[in-house]
Every structure is written in C-alpha cells, then in structure tokens.
Design a protein around this ligand. Sequence first.
Ligand SMILES: Nc1ncnc2c1ncn2[C@@H]1O[C@H](COP(=O)(O)OP(=O)(O)OP(=O)(O)O)[C@@H](O)[C@H]1O
Length: 303
Amino acid sequence: MTAITAIDVRGLTKRFGPVTAVHDVGFQVEAGAVVAVLGQNGAGKTTTIEILEGFQRADGGHVRVLGTDPAQADRRWRSRIGLVLQSTSLDPQVTVLEAVELHAALYPNPRPVDEMLAVVGLTDDADTRIGVLSGGRQRRVDLALGMVGRPDLLFLDEPTTGLDPQARRSLWAAIRELNRSGTTILLTTHYLDEAQQLADRVIVMSEGRVIADATPDQLRARAGGAAVRFPLPPSVSVPPALARHVQDGVLVMRGDVGEALAAIVGWARAQGVDLQGLEVGAPSLEEAYLALTEPDHEQADHG
Ligand SMILES: Nc1ncnc2c1ncn2[C@@H]1O[C@H](COP(=O)(O)OP(=O)(O)OP(=O)(O)O)[C@@H](O)[C@H]1O
C-alpha cells in the first residue's frame, strides 16, 4: 500500500432521529499503526466504525478508508479489509479448517490456512466442529477469519471480551504478529490493559465526540504526576485522612510523593500493617481513562 494514511475522518456526523450518535468526529490512522477506540457504552464507537466499514451511511463529513469512501466501496476494497465483529454466527457443523478455508477462498491472496491456524493457536482443533469449541476458541476462529485474507486494514471489535487471561495473551501475540506483517489495526475495547498492550495510539470518545487522541503514555502523563498506590489488605481500616483517597480498595495518593509515602508509612507502622504491594508510579492508563470519562472520578490530591 502506498497511501500513508489508512483512515482519514473529518467532521463525521451521524444522527438517529433526535440522537446525534457521532458529532463532528475527526481522526487519522497512519498505515501500519494500531489504534484503539475507547469510550463508555453509547459513546459512538460502533456507529463510527460501522461507517468506516461501509455498513452505515454518514449524515455529514469526509471519510476515506484506504483512500476510498466506504459508502462507495467495491469488492476489491472489501477484500483489503478484515473484520472481527463483536459477535459472529458461524455454522456449528463445519470444522475449524473448513470455516477458515471457505473464508480464505473469498480473498485473492489469502494466507495458507495451516499457517493461519498456527498463528491463532488452533492447529490441534483443525478438525473440530465449531459448535463444540469453547467460547475462547470460537473467538480465535473469528480472528483467523478476519486475518486470513491478509487485510491491509483490520477492524477488531472487542476482540478478547470474555476470554481467560492466557487466551487473551495469545490473541494479543497473534494481533501483534499480524501488525508486524504490515496490517493496520483499528480496535475497540473496554479493557485498558489491552489498549496499553496493543495500541500505538488511543482515541477516547464520549457522547459522540473525540475527547482525547494521544499515545497511551501521553494520556497517562496528562492524568497527573506519579501516584503512590497501596492495595488495602482485607479488613484493614484507614483513618479518615487516608480513607478519602481509597478507590475500589486501593489507596491512591497523588501530589508530593514523599508526603504521601510518609503518611502511609506512618499509619502502617502505627497499626502494624504490612506494606507489601505498595507502588509508586505514573497513573495507569485505566486511571487516566477514568479521569477523562468520569469527571467526578476522584483525582486524589492528598493534604
Ligand atoms: N440504529 C440505531 N438507532 C437508534 N439509535 C442508535 C442506533 N445505533 C446507535 N444508536 C445510538 O447512538 C449512540 C451511540 O451508540 P454506539 O452503539 O455507536 O455506541 P458505542 O460507543 O459503540 O457503545 P457500546 O460500547 O455499548 O458498543 C447511542 O445513544 C445509541 O443508543
């Protein structure tokens, strides 16, 4: 592919009756990048991505995907796009091998099917009927179908929702491998660790608008300086001055690290609390994301 910009969106708007689902959205995705689109339920992610995939029409704005307006796209364009949708209905009677072979036949230059099965860790399940696979293994089949056509651009909608940690890690490895081979990837996820692991850039949507477009590290840096974190052991209670910094069972203090440490260490010594698990570091991507999308989320600055 010669174009440098795989996705170019400007002033994109989409309304459903009185609801403006997408409002003046703009972003670009460079060829070769992995970009994650994050946002709460109803933020407008699916609508935006379905417009990029050519499944919905925009009401306004400029959209180019691999240099083409998806609303006008032809089969050749479609053969350069891979899709892993949130839910796929596969024929439970066909085997894994058959499903991937059938799908590969739709593309002009597919990957060898056995190689594809190896990448997603399904070699041993090649002859298993899809209906008897676990949910996680079915998700690997979805991924194999999305990747087998050697797409220039892959849309991944919540690729690892519901998978166990090992399966998620091996799917991340498969996604990275595909990206290294040159595929641009746009993914949606509700897992911040997934975005941190995979994405070069994160686009955060809220109420139909883009509210942040930056690298994960930039978002973390924007969320404030280092924080001191201490996951509270069960049944340990903290005094009121510290209690207001507790979020989901974790004591999180920002601001002057020395002061925060002194307060925690002083209290822990007095109470005989073991400080195993105490950490000092930049805010996690999850903390940065929550600060952006939930304005009331506690931005604890101790004192
Ligand atoms: N076909 C439709 N008809 C009417 N309203 C719709 C339609 N599709 C989406 N919406 C509305 O548009 C807004 C954006 O929805 P969208 O599905 O794009 O959000 P999302 O960020 O993908 O959410 P989720 O994380 O739940 O998938 C919501 O208010 C939703 O109710």
